[in-house]
Design a binder for this molecule. Sequence first.
Ligand SMILES: NC(=O)c1ccc[n+]([C@@H]2O[C@H](COP(=O)([O-])OP(=O)(O)OC[C@H]3O[C@@H](n4cnc5c(N)ncnc54)[C@H](O)[C@@H]3O)[C@@H](O)[C@H]2O)c1
Length: 271
Amino acid sequence: MVGRLEGKVALITGIARGQGRAHAVRLASEGADVVGLDICEAVPDVPYDPATPEDLAETVRLVEAAGGRIIAAQGDVRDADALKALAQKAVDTFGGLDIVVANAGICIPSAWDATTPRIWASHMDINITGVWNTITATAPHLIERGGGSIVITSSYAGKKVQPWMIHYTTSKHALVGMTRGFAAELGRHKIRVNSVHPGGVNTPMGSGNMMAAMEAASAGTEKLGTMGTTFLEKSWAEPEEISAVVAFLASDETPWITAEHISVDGGQQYF
Ligand SMILES: NC(=O)c1ccc[n+]([C@@H]2O[C@H](COP(=O)([O-])OP(=O)(O)OC[C@H]3O[C@@H](n4cnc5c(N)ncnc54)[C@H](O)[C@@H]3O)[C@@H](O)[C@H]2O)c1
């Protein structure tokens, strides 16, 4: 059976592990060639363990084991030139670009009065400008190809408040506006732009000192802690559950879905 994404080329950011890796493996298993980038080093103030070059190599191994072709580079979504070079490499190597998954992001828990200018700036630079860099570097190639699909990773924090991280909530809400704006302007080129909004996902974002940082940030405001409870029995998604939705939006099965914001959160946004 021919894969749903056969003949398509996908560029994915934050590909070394977690959801980005799962997206790479899923899209490759459906027939796409994959190009990806990850910073693979620590960002200041982030309390969980950083991704490593070894993680990136493992993504390459898994994509190839799934029968896919992949180019994986170490790089920063804050570096617009690096993204432009990677997009050009995708075109030179695989013949074009059809799918973009702007997934890379960071999350530093801190209450409003403990949030430093550096924490604020990192979220704006990586979670917002990094996505803008990703789309502006790749959209010309999708236009050249005659159409495509862009999927932006926001969060349940892009639809409601995630307490103890106003900077993260702000950045993920900004992606809703960015999704609509790009969908409006790129629609005439047959490019669809949608956002996905995961709730909690079982990735290394929860590793290291993340849970301790969440507890410290929430001290004294436990009432807010019930926000984001799921309606289903489990509390977290596996990354592959988000990838299934990304693959669906990337595929030709959704030609009439654009400027939409798809929650994959077990109902968290409504609790
Ligand atoms: N894990 C969750 O509970 C959850 C929930 C909702 C949304 N999200 C979002 O999903 C996306 C993926 O997160 P994840 O859960 O896989 O976490 P993760 O930390 O495992 O993966 C994120 C990847 O992005 C990379 N990255 C970070 N900054 C980068 C930069 N400047 N340039 C390039 N790469 C960079 C990291 O190195 C890492 O490999 C993020 O945008 C995150 O905000 C996560």
